[in-house]
Design a protein around this ligand. Sequence first.
Ligand code: MF3
Ligand code: CO
Ligand code: CO
Length: 277
Amino acid sequence: MNKKRPLSHDVDLQGRRVTIYDADDIENMRSAGRKAATVLDEITPLVQAGVSTKKLNDLIDGFMRDLGGVPATLGYKGYPASSCISVNHVVNHGIPSETKILAESDIVNIDVTILDNGWHGDSSRMFLCGDKVPQKGRKLVDTTYDAMMAGIAAVAPGRPINVIGKAIESVAKPNRASIVESFVGHGVGLIFHDSPAVFNYYCERDTLTLEEGMIFTVEPMLNAGRKDVKILNDGWTAVTRDRSLSAQFEHSIVVTAKGCEILTLSPMGYTKPPYPV
Ligand code: MF3
Ligand code: CO
Ligand code: CO
């Protein structure tokens, strides 16, 4: 008689279904996460002034296929590309384009999601396109990285999920960056965007208890100016309303017995820019 509960199962917390993944699932997510991080590592030396975001996208598409995966974003809800490339005041979901040529002073987010044997590895990093990025931009990128890592460091089983947003706020606020509220982190696994939602700001009532085996992203977007965003007519590109700079980093993580494990760490050791390439 086997009374052992299945290792991979759903828990219902405050009316929300959240999947608890078993050891085999987590191993699959380590593979997907490592591949997403590898794609970001591989594109790093090519993110330079003069290149089009379409060229970078096509290289990313090739890197994913070489790793035996496919771009999860291509055709997702009609999204037309293999990556999201968001430059300067673009908050997220920038659609790669032949005519968008990177300049020396640009800050750029590249967000990749690889579908690896059914599992999604989702990660994004910021890049500085040259030596001419103004201090304001470099500081925002730094703050955003620190905010993401503070959010991740707050994760542990038994804690409420809103410790993540609280930690992100604790870094953003003293650095006078605003937090975009209209996008959240998300459960990730066999489903690209799953529950739970992971808020990037402190939401008092959002007290879902973190449990070992939950997998989700932490992906704060911080702006140098106001938090307000709008979506362009292409239906995807989100920009800051005041055209101020925006930055984002994203890791996929799994909750462990003691805290969490980052599934999308860079094999090359690239954390925040400038990257030593
Ligand atoms: N990778 C993004 C995320 O972090 C989602 C992109 S969906 C797309 O959740 F359709 F815009 F590509
Ligand atoms: Co994501
Ligand atoms: Co992403």
